[in-house]
Design a protein around this ligand. Structure first.
Ligand SMILES: [Zn+2]
Length: 353
């Protein structure tokens, strides 16, 4: 009986694994086949030294109590770091999927399911706008050239490079399922820890959690991809797509809880965003289900409610504002109204599509 049960369980596990694998191709451009790649800087065992951490009297790393009890968050009101979890192809699906982690994390945060992405609604174009704070016309990165290290317009660098110029010692990291992000969007040679693992959101999440535990960092970008795989394999808004978003919700909870376990969730601006939705089994166009995306943020000083007129390029401005770094004049993304007290957005300098 036991053997039979074990066999049945093994068969189910195998079937699920095969199913997941079938649903998670990368975005359709080059990706590494399941191996850890490019490390631009060592994953540092080094302890930390963000400028904000130096000036705070509160130690950032607190011991975890025995028995798995979680310490209260470091809630002195100072923002010490920013984490973005970027969920490829999830569109506005967080609105209807069963996402208990998303719901608890952003219960007091600013959340919208109708932020606008960029046109075309493709991953390369849109993640670049997220992290460079400008339109595709200005950052030059497209889905087609996103595997190239020379695709980006050097006049509009990513937030990684802007932070690096202000904070030479800050620990920065980019951990991606879709590894093109670490070729074209995040610059080389600026000491960003890069990790890539195609088709394995679980491994990317695991690495993000261990990085959080071991490093006192300033900025982390985590890219997860399963909803995009389900979109291309089965269709946007299908039960398989919804299930993929619900699987991502578990990973979001794991990453956030790594911050809680370290005692630093209360000093972290934590963002979940997506790059595009879908129309059937594709995306790239400008239908409502492709162009509307989820954007959620919580952290010290973040308001509760719905931000107004949010565009994916505003994400870069929010990151810099959170870290106390001036937003460059060339950056067209800006901090939307309704995220930080006292901040009212300037009119957008370009027409949204
Ligand atoms: Zn995408």
């Amino acid at each position: 009986m036991k053997k039979t049960l074990a066999f049945v369980l093994a068969a189910i596990v195998f079937a699920l694994a095969a199913c997941t694998a079938g649903l998670s191709p990368a975005d359709g451009t080059t990706a590494d086949a399941g191996t850890e790649l490019k490390t631009d800087a060592p994953a540092s065992t080094a302890q930390p030294t963000g400028p904000a951490a130096e000036t705070s009297g509160i130690p950032d790393t607190q011991p975890v109590q025995s028995g798995g009890e979680v310490l209260p968050p470091d809630d002195d009101g100072e923002i010490k770091r920013v984490v973005i979890v970027g969920v490829d192809g999830a569109g506005s699906a967080f609105k209807t999927a069963n996402t208990p982690n998303f719901d608890r994390i952003f219960a007091n945060g600013a959340v919208t399911y109708s932020a606008l992405t960029m046109y075309p609604s493709l991953s390369g174009d849109c993640w670049a706008s997220c992290l460079h704070g400008v339109t595709p016309e200005k950052h030059w990165i497209t889905n087609d050239n996103s595997a190239s290290k020379t695709a980006a317009n050097p006049a509009c660098p990513s937030v990684f490079k802007i932070i690096r110029e202000k904070e030479p010692d800050a620990l920065l990291s980019s951990l991606c399922n879709w590894t093109n992000v670490n070729y074209s969007i995040v610059e080389d040679d600026i000491g960003v820890y890069k990790y890539g693992r195609a088709n394995r959101d679980d491994k990317v999440t695991e690495k993000a959690c261990s990085y959080i535990a071991e490093n006192d960092f300033r900025f982390m970008f985590v890219h997860l991809n399963d909803p995009d795989g389900a979109l291309h394999g089965v269709g946007y808004g299908t039960s398989a797509h919804t299930k993929a978003v619900e699987g991502i919700d578990v990973h979001i909870g794991e990453i956030y809880d790594a911050l809680v376990k370290k005692g630093c969730a209360g000093s972290t601006v934590f963002i979940v965003t997506t790059d595009h939705g879908g129309n059937g089994m594709s995306h790239g166009g400008w239908t409502d289900s492709e162009k509307y995306i989820t954007f959620a943020v919580t952290g010290p000083g973040v308001l509760h409610g719905e931000p107004g007129d949010m565009n994916i390029s505003d994400t870069a401005a929010i990151v810099l504002y959170s870290l106390g770094i001036d937003i460059p004049d060339w950056m067209t993304g800006r901090v939307p109204t309704g995220i930080f007290d006292g901040i009212t957005a300037e009119p957008r300098p370009y027409e949204s599509h």
